[in-house]
Design a protein around this ligand. Structure first.
Ligand SMILES: [Zn+2]
Length: 160
């Protein structure tokens, strides 16, 4: 049913029904939504704008759709950046452990590269999975504008 059709892409128009955070000590965020599945056509080249209507409240959302080649290129770049982040993470981690584990002679401080490597470990640790997921999910469709209740809507990628 979710067979990919060349030149088109499936997206879900997500209408957020409620977004509540409850609890005092243990906070839980509960979001409920309703999705309407649409199939939009990709332009032959470049990008174009399509209008989608929310099935729940009939708000019209503008989405920007990119062509197949550019979409694939952006997804690849995101995945390459994710791989590079993993590489930097491993190298910075190895360096930080190596330098941090040394017993320094009297009056000598750690090299400046040490704090940089520690920061790099944290940054890439967060960035790598984010970039990876974005690259995997990237479909070249982004929400441009939704009049009025914009924050109550989202355009989500659909696997297929
Ligand atoms: Zn809606």
């Amino acid at each position: 049913m979710n067979r990919p059709i060349p030149g088109t892409v499936q997206v879900a128009v997500r209408h957020i029904l409620s977004d509540r955070t409850t609890g005092f000590l243990t906070r839980t965020r509960r979001i409920t939504w309703r999705d309407g599945i649409y199939r939009v056509r990709r332009p032959a080249s470049g990008k174009h704008t399509v209008e989608l209507t929310c099935p729940e409240c009939e708000a019209s959302l503008l989405a920007e759709v990119r062509d197949e080649a550019r979409t694939r290129r952006t997804a690849t770049i995101l995945l390459v950046l994710a791989a590079l982040s993993v590489l930097v993470l491993l190298m910075a981690f190895g360096y930080a452990v190596h330098e941090g584990g040394k017993t320094l002679p009297e009056g000598q401080s750690l090299p400046t590269l040490f704090p940089i490597s520690v920061v790099s470990v944290f940054v890439t640790f967060v960035a790598a999975p984010v970039l990876f997921l974005r690259g995997r999910r990237y479909n070249g469709v982004s929400m441009l504008d939704a009049p009025k209740p914009r924050r109550l809507h989202g355009i989500m990628p659909v696997r297929g």
